[in-house]
Design a protein around this ligand. Structure first.
Ligand code: ZN
Length: 240
């Protein structure tokens, strides 16, 4: 109970008043930026944005699900191919975590983002649904340190469709995740959804840890990143 009485602390800057302050959330507001075909991220996995993502994912800051999910919702109109279904309902599919990781975190952190994203649309008078259509086999290992080829091999046959959670075939869906690293996970998820009739119109993530993205010049932070640090960030981004 005690923590309910304490003021929120911004996970990005430590300021008092909100789970994420307006200044830190502004770091997520200028995108989305294309990362790979059909995949976009709000910003790069760096600085304040990285802090927010890691606090939500690894440090139990579930109070960040609401502002981060809202940031995803705000970006939807700027995704050229993303669309709701014929009835106007947006469908979101969260990228699954390994079962053991989700248990350790007290539930799927990406599911929490997707629910918050859908809630934002509903608050604005729209319609949205979260389809828990995918799960990751317990046989999938932690992706930390794996390159793209190794990630693809790790995921082969291990991203599974949950028929009870899937929308009807032909439904356009937006795949959501917190970090995209090599794109292997998004690709595997898209393939499984497509093979069961869903139409993945876009994949959207909070941040991208990819080194190959041509970020807009004003978004690039001019600070030195040692190779060790870059690899560390990629590893953090890859932990499912
Ligand atoms: Zn802040």
């Amino acid at each position: 109970m005690a923590e309910l009485l304490l003021p929120s602390v911004c996970a990005g800057c430590g300021g008092l008043g909100a789970a994420a302050c307006e200044s830190c959330l502004a770091e997520l507001a200028s995108g989305p930026v294309p990362v790979a075909p059909g995949v976009a991220a709000l910003t790069r996995h760096d600085g304040v944005a990285r802090e927010l993502v890691l606090a939500h994912k690894e440090r139990g800051r579930r109070d960040l699900a609401r502002p981060l999910g809202q940031a995803l919702a705000r970006a939807l109109p700027r995704l050229p191919r993303a669309s709701p279904d014929a009835d106007g309902t947006w469908w979101f599919v969260p990228v699954p975590s390994r079962p053991s990781a989700a248990r350790a975190r007290g539930g799927s952190h990406v599911m929490a983002l997707a629910r918050s994203c859908a809630a934002r649309i509903a608050e604005q008078g729209g319609a949205a649904a979260v389809a828990p259509a995918l799960r990751l086999s317990a046989r999938a290992r932690d992706a930390v340190g794996l390159d793209r080829a190794a990630r693809m091999a790790n995921l082969a046959g291990r991203v599974l469709l949950d028929p009870d959670g899937a929308p009807t075939p032909g439904t356009p869906v937006v795949l959501l995740d917190d970090v995209v690293t090599t794109g292997a996970t998004v690709e595997a998820c898209t393939r499984v959804l497509a093979s069961h009739g869903a139409v993945v119109t876009a994949a959207l993530t909070l941040t991208a840890a990819s080194r190959t993205v041509a970020w807009p010049r004003h978004r690039v932070k001019h600070r030195h990143l040692s190779p060790t640090r870059v690899i560390g960030e990629l590893n953090e981004g890859g932990r499912r």
